[in-house]
Design a protein around this ligand. Structure first.
Ligand code: GMT
Length: 387
């Protein structure tokens, strides 16, 4: 069993977002290692790999006039059960609890006992920190976690929060996120030209889905403090429309300093062109974007929140300041913009940390061994014994 390839179903959100990106990259790496991967979602994931042993099963959601809200959980669970049965899945790995863990629970109850895949739920962030606190979601999340065969979180911070907020008593495996860059297609110079960067301008890069907890207000407030303005441009790779923030950019007089690209797919092109990452989230379970930059040798400046200090060691491979202190963040950015040698030192250390701790080679075997452990030993109790 230890080397037998597994048949693994992966359910994730297909749109731009860290959990979907991680799930897609994990599927790609697992397929390259010989496993058979079945993605199940309402759309083909944004960065889903193409190649041998990778399949996509779309979930069809019909809208009926009799329902005020269309339901996704039921058709998803039916599709999960169908794919599990037809392809004899060993493992169903769901990313982000809502509604995927609940749908997996339902899917398994539709299957005969001996033909149920082992369900592994990976908690990525707001499925615990936000929805876990919502009385309309929390009990269902807890129930689905109690019935998952294995639970993983993407950081130690996230594990602690899951225990604290959801009272989960089962063991939780911490498996950090990973990133494996694909080769850039264009040169650094070509990308900087496309972005309108002149030779004297440093490129600050922010990439996120712009949701409220990313605190784009603080991002812009930080950048507005930087002098001289001619010395930098802030490039924002936006997973959602940037339109709601355009007025604030104008109000701060940053109109000619901010360049936005929406729903970019050739992400490595932009990562390799950056001089410094800039992030102002109020919470992050990990912050995959920081790791993406680190993997290409670019350090970041950010607030020290959530799991970010597990990724960035301040002063060694990036800079972290207390949450909300835009003056300190701007001072750190200002100092790094004026010191290319220090940026290079931090960047080299960032690349090395990413390679050593958060690369596919470091992380994917951990997922594989966890799958096999759960597959062979079933549900684990807190004391490590099987149910
Ligand atoms: O939980 C979320 O907000 C969504 C999720 C996503 O789909 O982007 O983000 C989380 O998962 C990422 C991948 O594991 C992490 O890098 C992000 O830090 C995390 N976001 C938050 O915790 C806010």
């Amino acid at each position: 069993m230890s080397d037998t390839p597994l048949k693994i179903g992966i359910t994730c959100y297909p749109s731009v977002g860290g959990s979907g990106i991680l799930a897609s990259e994990l599927g790609e790496e697992l397929a390259q290692r010989g496993h058979e991967i079945h993605f199940i979602s309402y759309e083909q994931p944004f960065r889903m790999p193409v190649g041998p042993r990778v399949f996509f099963h779309p979930v069809q959601v019909n809208s009926y006039d009799l329902f005020k809200y269309p339901d996704y959980t039921l058709p998803l669970s039916v599709k999960m059960a169908e794919v599990s049965r037809l392809h004899a899945l060993d493992v169903l790995h769901v990313h982000y609890a809502v509604p995927h863990a609940t749908a997996a629970f339902l899917a398994c109850s539709m299957l005969p006992v001996g033909r149920r895949p082992k369900v592994i739920t990976t908690l990525h962030g707001t499925d615990t920190t936000l929805l876990g606190l919502d009385p309309g979601y929390g009990p269902a999340i807890r129930h689905a976690l109690e019935h998952s065969d294995g639970i993983t979180t993407v950081s130690e911070f996230m594990r602690r929060e899951t225990v604290r907020l959801l009272g989960v008593k089962r063991p939780i495996e911490v498996i950090h996120n990973f990133f494996e860059p694909h080769p850039a297609v264009r040169t650094r110079a070509a990308v900087r030209r496309e972005l309108g960067l002149t030779d004297g301008e440093a490129m600050l890069l922010h990439l996120s889905n712009l949701r409220p907890l990313k605190r784009i207000d603080l991002l812009l407030a930080t950048v507005a403090r930087l002098q001289p303005r001619a010395g930098f441009k802030l490039v924002i790779l936006a997973g959602e429309s940037f339109a709601p923030f355009a007025a604030e950019v104008r109000r701060l007089g940053l109109g000619d300093r901010v360049v936005v690209r929406e729903r970019v797919t050739d992400i490595e092109d932009y990562l390799q062109a950056a001089d410094l990452g800039l992030f102002t989230s109020e919470t992050e379970s990990f912050c995959l974007s920081i790791l993406e930059l680190m993997s290409l040798g670019c350090p970041s400046a950010a607030f020290a929140v959530g799991g970010i200090p597990e990724v960035v060691l301040t002063g060694e491979n990036g800079v972290l300041v207390p949450f909300g202190d835009t003056a300190a963040l701007a001072a750190a950015v200002q100092s790094l913009l004026g010191d290319p040698a220090r940026r290079a030192t931090l960047g080299a250390a960032a690349r090395e940390r990413a390679r050593r701790h958060f690369s596919a080679a470091a992380i994917v075997p951990h997922y594989e061994s966890f799958y096999r452990e759960v597959y062979q030993h079933g549900v684990m109790q807190q004391d490590g014994s099987a149910i």
